[in-house]
Design a protein around this ligand. Structure first.
Ligand code: CA
Ligand code: CA
Ligand code: CA
Length: 517
């Protein structure tokens, strides 16, 4: 197969030459592992720019280096059956030669890596240095590092990390301190994009950043991630954000993480930095004796919390503000609540009642089973502000929807937008054919068309009902929409009608009289 592929590549070069194209672009080929190359690394070494390395199911005990090549390394059948096992000999996959987003790793389990040797102390599973690859659809598990990023580290790179499960990664046993980040560490000014990942059960047992450490991380974006049950010894069970890290933390679920300070999120903003923006996150059930949901500190007068739900663990403070300096962040339209503690603590005064901030049980659907959608009637529904809210929610449902049925769609707080609540009945228009004469009489049979429409964004018309009295009579008839009624009796027939929408709203009955002579 590969022989033929090479033949095609030569053929394409000749074709381009024939056409007078000066750049000789070889056609991309697919290199199969193990059919054509015995190992994944052998295939990478053989690959040219634009090629795809396609890996059959199996366990491959090896460690990979992309060698700067813009190639795709993909599995045929996904991470469950395609495993790269680093054998604890170093990081499992390394991007350290200036790779771009065109270098892609997709569809593997990446496990048993160890960034525990002097040249590589961060990124046990995937180590990214001054490079910006695409890492998507992998399971990254049971890796460790000495300094930071047990699962993944990115130092001075802007990778796209999307749709991965990053779970059960940690600090290498026997070491302590470091920049932290059991799941992910982003270190050095860059613009990493971390989207739609499941980051769970990672730990950094000696210091900070159970799930994620943002350490002088520049302008990273974390959106639509589920960050759950991670733990750190000291600061930031979910997120640890320090030095210049002007992070956009948008619409994540930050649930069940733990640390001594800032169970969900910890930040300390240095002088001159903007600090993080937290928008539309659901932050609940995190364990932090000093700040269950958020511990905010440093020069964070420009840091913002907008449209978040921050619900403390019982007996803890939802948002605690440290006193390193006198700055406090900007709060707008959040629901900050503690079942048996204070919503706000430290140097942050209560924001309840200011700038749309509320403090009320958000009425999660079923938090004990991990369902943080909002029940109908939740005070977080239609209580957010639209400025920074994403266009779609955590489930990719468009925002905003009219979740409180007042006819006005507004953004909800938290990661989920509640469905539109329809409290408006439909309207029905009746049209008689043919029209009566000037005196109001018809000489022939009359057909009455009944057409119902629901309110814009409503639940839609369920059915029309009508009934005839007078010269021609029927009991109540249930009909689809539109309905057609034929009137043949001489004399006056009155047609009563009304429509019902799918939410059960009933139109007030109307009537029309038809006179046939
Ligand atoms: Ca809404
Ligand atoms: Ca509304
Ligand atoms: Ca309706």
């Amino acid at each position: 197969m590969q022989f033929r592929s090479k033949y095609l590549r030569v053929f394409t070069i000749l074709s381009l030459s024939f056409l007078g194209v000066t750049a000789q672009l070889p056609a991309a080929v697919v290199i199969r592992v193990p059919a054509e190359q015995p190992t994944i690394q052998a295939a990478i070494s053989a690959a040219l720019n634009g090629d795809t390395v396609q890996v059959a199911p199996g366990t491959y005990v090896e460690r990979l280096n992309f060698l700067g090549k813009p190639i795709r390394v993909i599995s045929e059948q996904g991470p469950q059956v395609t495993i790269i096992d680093g054998g604890y000999g170093g990081p499992v996959v390394t991007f350290a030669s200036g790779e771009s987003l065109q270098s892609v790793l997709s569809g593997f389990t990446v496990r048993n890596g160890s960034a525990s040797f002097s040249a590589a102390l961060r990124g046990g599973g995937i180590r990214i240095e001054y490079s910006s690859p695409t890492v998507t659809g992998n399971t990254i598990t049971n890796n460790s590092a000495v300094d930071g990023g047990g699962g993944i580290s990115s130092s001075f790179g802007s990778p796209l990390i999307q749709g991965n499960t990053i779970t059960s990664n940690s600090q290498t046993i026997g070491f302590s301190g470091g920049v932290g980040g059991g799941g992910i560490a982003i270190v050095g000014s860059s613009s990493a994009q971390v989207l739609n990942n499941n980051i769970s059960n990672n730990s950094w047992n000696s210091s900070s950043g159970g799930g994620v450490s943002l350490f002088a991380a520049g302008t990273p974006k974390f959106q639509n991630n589920s960050i759950t049950n991670n733990s750190a010894y000291s600061q930031g069970g979910g997120f640890y954000i320090v030095n210049q890290s002007d992070a956009a933390i948008i619409q994540n679920l930050i649930i069940g993480n733990s640390a001594a300070v800032g169970g969900g999120v910890y930040w300390s903003v240095p002088y001159g930095a903007r600090g993080p923006f937290l928008v539309n996150n659901t932050i609940s059930g995190n364990n932090g004796p000093q700040g269950s949901g958020v511990f905010a500190d440093g020069f964070d007068a420009q840091a913002e919390l907008v449209n978040n739900i921050v619900m403390a663990a019982a007996g803890q403070t939802a948002i605690l503000c440290g006193n390193f300096d006198s700055s406090v962040p900007i709060f707008q339209t959040n629901d900050v609540v503690s079942p048996s503690g204070a919503p706000y603590g430290g140097i942050c005064a209560s924001q309840t009642g200011l700038n749309g901030d509320i403090s009320a049980d958000p009425l999660f659907a079923n938090p004990n089973n991990g369902d943080y959608h909002l029940q109908t009637g939740s005070p977080a529904i239609d209580s957010g502000s639209s400025g920074q809210a994403p266009q779609t929610d955590f489930d990719a449902v468009p925002r905003p929807l009219d979740g409180n049925g007042d006819g006005v769609p507004d953004v909800d707080m938290g990661a989920y937008e509640a469905p539109a609540l329809d409290r408006t009945p439909p309207g029905t228009v009746a049209t008689a054919t043919p029209s009566p004469n000037a005196a109001g009489w018809n000489r022939t049979n009359v057909t009455l068309a009944l057409n119902a429409t629901d309110n814009p964004g409503g639940s839609g018309v369920q059915y029309i009902r009508y009934w005839l009295t007078g010269a021609q009579q029927t009991p109540v008839v249930i009909s689809g929409n539109p309905a057609s009624v034929l009137i043949t009796a001489e004399g006056t027939t009155t047609v009563g009608y009304s429509a019902i929408d799918n939410a059960g709203n009933i139109e007030l009955s109307k009537s029309l009289s038809v006179k046939i002579d």
